[in-house]
Design a protein around this ligand. Structure first.
Ligand code: ZN
Length: 162
C-alpha cells in the first residue's frame, strides 16, 4: 500500500527552519496523523510523501512557496493598545484571536509582532510564512480513511475530536 489520496497517514518527523533551528519533533511512538490529498499539510511535504510506503523515510527541503507561502506585509495591522483588554500583557510572538467588526462569528488568528508605546503591530501571517523548511522523518503507519473522514476532509486519529 502506498501513500495516496484518502489514506490516513501517520508520520514521525523533525522540522527545521532554513537556519537549521529545530522547530518541532514527533517520534515514531507519537506519530502525527493527517488525511492525504486534502491539503491538511503543506503542499511540498504532501507531494514528497505521495507514493511512499510504510517504513519509508523522507528528507525534504521546501522553499516558502511549497510550505507556508511567502511573507505578506499587507497582513500587518496597526491598532491602538487601548483596543486590547488592558489586563492583557502583550509580548512579541503571542497569538491573539480577533473578531473583525461586522463579520459575525469570524475569528482571525494573528500574532503580536511589536509593541511600541500606544501602538501594537499585529501580524496575520502564519508564523512559518516566508521560511525555508526541512522535514525529515518516516511513514510510521497508514490505513484507508473512513467515509466520514473523507467527507470532513481530515483524519480522526490523533488530536482531532468532535
Ligand atoms: Zn471530522
Amino acid at each position: 500500500m502506498a501513500v495516496q489520496e484518502d489514506q490516513v497517514v501517520g508520520i514521525s518527523y523533525t522540522l527545521w527552519d532554513g537556519e537549521g533551528e529545530e522547530l518541532e519533533s514527533r517520534g515514531d511512538d507519537e506519530p502525527f496523523h493527517y488525511l492525504h490529498g486534502h491539503a491538511n499539510i503543506v503542499p511540498g511535504l504532501e507531494e514528497e510523501l505521495s507514493g511512499l510506503e510504510e517504513g519509508d523515510e523522507f528528507d525534504v527541503e521546501l522553499a516558502p512557496e511549497d510550505a507556508y507561502g511567502e511573507y505578506d506585509e499587507s497582513f500587518l495591522y496597526r491598532i491602538n493598545r487601548e483596543d486590547i483588554p488592558s489586563g492583557m500583557e502583550l509580548k512579541p510572538g503571542m497569538p491573539l484571536e480577533l473578531a473583525p467588526e461586522g463579520q459575525e462569528g469570524m475569528r482571525m488568528l494573528v500574532y503580536v509582532k511589536e509593541v511600541a508605546g500606544d501602538e501594537v503591530v499585529l501580524d496575520g501571517n502564519q508564523p512559518l510564512a516566508g521560511k525555508h523548511l526541512r522535514f525529515k522523518g518516516k511513514v510510521v503507519e497508514m490505513r484507508d480513511a473512513t467515509d466520514e473522514e473523507v467527507e470532513h476532509g481530515h483524519a480522526h486519529t490523533g488530536q482531532h475530536h468532535h
